[in-house]
Design a protein around this ligand. Sequence first.
Ligand code: GLA
Length: 749
Amino acid sequence: MGIYFEEKSRVFTLQTKHSTYQMKADEQGTLLHTWYGEKTDNTDLSCLIARWDRGFSGNPFSVGGTDRNYSLDTLPQEYSCFGTGDYRISALKVENADGSRAVSLRYAGHTIEKGKYALCGLPAAYGTPEEAETLAVELADADSGISVRLLYGVFEELDVITRAVQITNGGKEGVTLLKAASLCLDWQTGDYDWLTFHGRHAMERNLQRTGIAHGVQSVGSVRGASSHHYNPFVMVCAKNADEEHGDCYGFSFVYSGEFLMETEKDQIDQTRLVCGIHPDNFAWRLEPGESFIAPEVLMTYSPQGQGGVSRIFHRLIREHVCRGQWKHSRRPVLVNNWEGTYFDFTGDKLVDIARDAAELGIELFVMDDGWFGKRDDDNSGLGDWYPNEKKLGCTLKELGERITALGLRFGIWFEPECISIDSDLYRAHPEWAVAVPGRSPVLSRNQLILDFSRKDVQDHLIERISDVLKSAPITYVKWDFNRSVCDKYSNALPAGRQGEMAHRFVLGLYRVLETLTQAFPEVLFEGCSGGGGRFDVGMLYYTPQIWCSDDTDAIERLQIQYGTSFGYPVSTMGAHVSAVPNHQTGRVTPLSARGCVAMAGTFGYELDLNRLTEEEKEEIRGQIRTFKELYDCIQYGEYYRLTSPLSGSCTVWETAAPDGSEALVSAVYHHVQANPVPVYVKLRGLDETASYRIRLAGAPEGQGQDERQTEHKAEEIRSGAALMHAGLLIPPAKGDYCAWQLHLVRINQ
Ligand code: GLA
């Protein structure tokens, strides 16, 4: 297996198929980080450390008199500490009982076990003893009694290493953790860029690539959730790394709350990355004997550029994060009524939409916001999770039965963590809303936050949601969260523990989600936070898909889904075909383009189907047939970004079956040109020695799908080698936002 310990040199080497990770407990007991990257052998790489005397980089007392070359300020370290001679960004900052802020860790032992560790109350990647191994390294601060257990999960085949940290107060007095990061990683050599994903509501996960320069750079969230604004996924890559080549590392924080990912290039050009819970809203009291768990970070290294890292993350999330019945079963093609009706619906209206849906081949009907309490706009009702039978014209059970009688599944929307001031729940429990005593809280969408750090609040929501789910034939839940959190204060915590509220809120959310997903295993949960405001691996542990963005414009979605694909697989990205003109942008795109883009996700529709023409309905039937036919290739295929939506005229991506037996190439022109410059792409993931039949996806054998076909040969046969090494010419645009879906099937020779 992949974890090696060399007794004499105290070197730990973690080997995966294509990467090596190494650390060493040195003669002082400091846990040095000596390597992460290209695969090498178990050689002790501390030989690469330049241990030279540097002014203003002090020496630990234990070596000070004799060895001025030894400084924590420059040594690459596995878990850096604040206040004891390392002046760079730190992973651990502790306030001791005497008010001092100093901690210093030394090696105290380790264990190696088969299987992957789990984290109590927190999401984490999982694997069998055949798939993963765990290393736990114990570090201790002799002065305070604090001990730190660094956890490493090694997925050898997958090229993934996970990290998490458990901090225990073994001293006699209470201490406060002011920062407890999950990962600290030092690179002694190399000059790097990092890729971060920023955004806003309705435009999430825009790729930004910047150099890691001297000084500290960071992305993070203090909004209570991981946020639309920065995603807790980053890549670090060599300057020359691109989509297909070069050293590239990926880091994904398995956490849905406030996070910070920081980089620093130090005085001797070493690079440090620290990831963890954001320290701004964090101060965790640890009484003697108590422990704190810092959530998990997933890491990978690939010499095959950003695409290589993405494909590893796609597999990791699909196979070792998403759980339950819906992990591998086919997710239903859905229709959601939000953009079709907004709040303005009755039970009959919904059934009318569902009738058309059934006739088109749609498999799930989702009733969005507005079915409960007093909720005809977004100013009231949140918290009152009782069906509004007057509006529905029947009970929830009856509505569910009318929909399931049509052959559809029935799904429903909740926003459990929020509360309207105009709600019965708020009138009964104003103390459950998050607010600082004596201050008026910030309103957002005219709503407040429920204090999910409280057990009574969690229990209430578990009970309410369970009752609703039991009351009707519901097999899908959309779990929304429509504002950022501020005014952080919990009435259930003493003054000295208010710094725990933001993290306890997330732990509360996880407890509620864990309880409900275990109690209702047949229900497919889809995460959402005003679209993609909480799109992170933590949520994916409970909800195997997440609504990607409230922006359903197909052209904007090209960019959003492109950015999202760096860290997350197609099977997690909620994507729907909506009406034109698009409600967010006013843009008119052809139905074929909308279908093509939504198929690069968990496919569905979000419009009033009753308003469609017969031709549109026919086209939708075809889209659904195509999606169902190509489901495995799309959802489980290897994903390749062939061009970027940020440049050029056409975005092209490919999913190829892992065995090379088929592939789908999707292309959408976002810029139509007279006398166009041709678009060429080199395909990936094919069998070089085989031939492929290429035809328009969805077209019957030997026949075109629509009039575009007349200009494109019905069928072609080409070798895998030619497609991969010489390339493929994308057919030209025939008007605005033209989309092509080319299906390649290997021909048996
Ligand atoms: C959020 C979601 C939407 C919809 C509305 C309902 O904005 O992202 O899809 O559910 O809430 O209020």
